[in-house]
Design a protein around this ligand. Structure first.
Ligand code: SF4
Length: 474
């Protein structure tokens, strides 16, 4: 509910602004280079869109095929309707297998249900093993700010200080040293945990497998060392075949971090068989609805094609300036501005569909062609229809609609309007304070408009074209 307020605070947070400036463009350039490796990016992107859409169009069918194949390989498939059900299922599994310690690799869906808090409240130990998530966990469960780099908003110095405080070891300087320190802390937990929880980048229907895409190897250890593995992901993460996964994998790491392939890609199918060395003895899938069916039935359903690459936030000028925490829930950036209102209720996230300039950078880079600005516009329309916007905004939009439908009056009003605006400009041609539009000028100045309206300029150009100059006619 408080995107505007939070964004305002973040814009004045000097440390955060410094950190955001340092990571700006970090993945953008790498992505650009990585995409040149593909023969035809647009064709691959269209294929990826079609794969995701095909899965969503017959989601119930693919889910039952997945369930059947996963069960045939000895896994148990459970369905959670709500965030509370996710937590209840995990605790029930833990109880059944007498689990005391749980290790986790990154799972955004478990953030939706605040699973770590539920585990701790039940008296069990939980340790995040993704480096970013680990940093946030030991910093009193600070929320993640990016879907692929949860702690991207933190500087190296802040992490060094935190490790020094929490681990009680001499303060490290370099990133390698910090990584080694985290690694040595985590090793013991891998070896003593009874249960590993992972997310799932994809659930593959034809094989009943979960695919995990990581860079740190923590997911491999989390899912294969403990005796129990629980993979949690949304119903929309189903893909029909391994061939489909191969196509999506051509785009996912390239769009996310600009890598041709991520360091680790685990495809886990079923429980450890007789004579097999690796793998969990008990494997559970928790397939989560939690608002997804309703989203599938809505006119913004294309958002479910998302493969969580993070490219939309890496390219979003709003995200780059206000950071992920401003969005107030699990998913930040342009995709969060659609998912959050749909999962927590539009009336609980009124600002988010407006957290965008509609510049369409996100829509252009999305590897599965989600028309993000169009979807944000649809949510804005819904807010308007449901009278969720303030009266003056609705009145203003209605007045604008009427004006746009009466071209003659529109012409007069805009003519007068831009001339009045020019009177507000200072000597440098900048408007420092806009009456009734303070939001535009609170953080920056607005350039004074041109002397004539677009329609006047257009008409003049048209006239000049229609009347050949004396020189030409001679
Ligand atoms: S909406 Fe598209 S660009 Fe954004 S995270 Fe999802 S797949 Fe990536």
């Amino acid at each position: 509910m408080y995107f505007k307020e939070r964004a305002h605070v973040k814009l004045h947070d000097a440390q955060l602004q410094y950190n955001l400036r340092k990571i700006k463009g970090k993945f953008v350039e790498k992505r650009k280079v990585a995409l040149t490796e593909l023969d035809d990016f647009e064709a691959t992107r269209e294929a990826a869109r079609a794969i995701r859409q095909r899965a969503l169009d017959d989601l119930d069918v693919w889910l039952s095929i997945f369930e059947e194949n996963a069960r045939a390989r000895g896994a148990t498939v459970l369905f959670a309707q709500t965030p509370a059900e996710i937590n209840a299922l995990v605790l029930e599994i833990a109880r059944r297998h007498e689990v005391r310690k749980i290790i986790k690799s990154k799972s955004m869906v478990s953030e939706e249900s605040a699973l770590d808090h539920a585990i701790e409240a039940a008296g069990l130990t939980v340790v995040e093993t993704d480096l970013g998530e680990y940093i946030l966990q030991i910093n009193n469960y600070e929320p993640p700010s990016h879907i692929i780099g949860p702690a991207l908003h933190k500087s190296r110095e802040e992490v060094a200080e935190l490790f020094h405080k929490r681990h009680g070891k001499p303060k490290k300087e370099g990133i390698d040293e910090l990584c080694l320190e985290a690694r040595s802390e985590l090793r013991t937990h891998y070896l003593t945990a009874d249960m590993g929880i992972s997310g799932g980048n994809f659930f593959v229907a034809e094989t009943g497998s979960v695919v995990l895409v990581t860079n740190e190897g923590n997911a491999t250890l989390t899912t294969t060392l403990p005796k129990v593995h629980v993979a949690i992901s949304g119903i929309e993460k189903i893909v029909p075949t391994l061939e489909d996964v191969a196509t999506l994998m051509r785009l996912l790491p390239r769009s996310a971090t600009g890598q041709s392939i991520s360091n680790y890609v685990d495809i886990l199918t079923g429980v450890k068989g007789p004579g097999e060395f690796h793998g969990a003895e008990h494997m559970y899938f928790i397939v989560v609805d939690s608002g997804r069916t309703a989203l599938l039935a809505s006119d913004v359903k294309e958002a479910l094609r998302c493969i969580r690459c993070g490219a939309c936030m890496n390219h979003c000028p709003v995200y780059q300036n206000v950071g992920g925490h401003s969005y107030g829930w699990v998913y930040p950036g342009p995709i969060g501005a659609i998912l959050t209102p749909m999962y927590v209720g539009l009336e609980n996230a009124l600002d988010l569909p407006h957290a965008s300039t509609l510049c369409n950078q996100c829509g252009v880079v999305c590897p599965v062609k989600i028309p993000l600005p169009d979807l944000q516009r649809k949510l804005r329309e819904k807010e308007f229809e449901r009278h969720l916007r303030p009266w003056y905004e609705r009145f203003g939009l209605k007045a604008w609609g009427w004006l746009a439908g009466h071209p003659a009056v529109y012409g007069i009003v805009t003519k007068v309007g831009i001339r009045a605006l020019r009177l507000l400009a200072d000597r440098n041609g900048m408007i420092r304070k806009l009456p009734l539009g303070g939001g535009w000028t609170d953080e920056r100045d607005m350039p004074s408009p041109a002397g004539r309206t677009f329609r006047e300029l257009y008409a003049e150009r048209h006239r000049n074209r229609a009347t050949p100059s004396m020189e030409t006619s001679r």
